[in-house]
Ligand binder design. Sequence first.
Ligand code: ACO
Length: 428
Amino acid sequence: MTQANGSVQIGERTVDLPIMKGTMGADVIDMRTLATQTGVYSFDPGFLSTASCESRITYLDGAAGILLHRGYPIEQLAEKGDYLEVCYLLLYGELPTAAQKADFDYRVTHHTMVHEQMARFFQGFRRDAHPMSIMVASVGALSAFYHDSTDINDPMQRMIASMRLIAKAPTLAAMAYKYSLGQPFVYPRNDLDYASNFLRMCFAVPAEEYVVNPVFARALDRIFILHADLAQVASTSTVRLAGSSGADPFACIAAGIASLWGPAHGGANEAVLKMLSEIGAPERIPHFISRAKDKSDPFRLMGFGHRIFKNYDPRAKIMQRTAHDVFEQLGVSDPLLDVAHELERVALSDDYFVKRRLFPNVDFYSGLILRAMGFPTSMFPALFAVARTVGWLAQWKEMIEDPNYRMGHPSQLYTGAEQRDYTPVSMR
Ligand code: ACO
């Protein structure tokens, strides 16, 4: 990072503020001394013009449709790597050697079991609880079970907590699913890879042998890679803010899951599938396209548009190819895939969507793949949470290790009542 000088004019005053340059992307103006120098704060709800931190993990250029993790394009990672390799890359900054990879895979695999008392903890939930509410609660509860990895100032404990969270998130998500069905929990198996293990924990039953479908395992691994990190989005910023007070990593990741749950963020793939089912057949598409364009109708094309990607989201293209692979290799068809294709074709040739640079996002096809695997829509955000756990951890760890990190404490523009005197209730 290099610096140059910038200045800001506030009324009659000119204040010198350094301009910081990253390795790629937009420069930032360093506002840290603005309030002390001038008594004036910057105002930026939703952080539309604010870089909240310095980071070396993920770079994205929404206009060009570029997403890099530690410099590596997402297309190459998804095509040639596997999810645990990407986890290592995000956490440590470099791709692992063969020996490092074998060691990392071994360590994550051997942390997949959860404390047996967790099974009893689950009995407190209603059977119809949403998997995300179980994820928020059970991931948060891990700090009650693993006291030996909650000291955030000890690098070894930080790493053990990270291993535990990456390893146990799929176990807890699978338990949430099994609990909703009233089926027994399935323990993890150390001879299976990460995605295969997860599929088995979700779909195996003790009454018969379960053979993992390799096409599903590869597709799920790819979905995990594509959702592993996306810089400072709402859930990641939530994790950083929660962690900035020194909260333990299990609590911070639970906060991230809570933020991810919202329909504008992690709930979108659930919404895409509902929309495709509602459309039902290609001939009904024109009606829904005109509804999406009608400003008096709240309906939007779910899975279209992105706050950052104003070009084709590179992850959406990989997801589209993966959906094809899955359906072709398994020889199955889903009428909703035909609806999705036609909808994409029609929208991308419609002036309304072209002008506003609305392209399919990563969630447009992922729901169809997950549905083909047998997941109910309510599980979609839980799978997203499993995949994003590593991104949250990498960002949390980077923050704790940054010597310049301060507790997050945004200011505000106060527009409430001025000071006034209390009146007793009998006089109001
Ligand atoms: N369908 C129809 N019109 C849309 C859509 C859509 N999906 N998305 C945006 N627009 C229109 C808006 O109405 C607006 O039109 P206007 O300029 O005439 O008023 C214009 O495009 C810009 O939209 P904004 O909402 O201002 O764009 P923003 O960047 O804030 O929104 C968002 C991004 C929230 C993702 C939006 O595109 C959307 O609601 N998409 C559908 C939901 C979705 O798929 N979310 C998943 C995002 S990916 C993720 O989080 C993993």
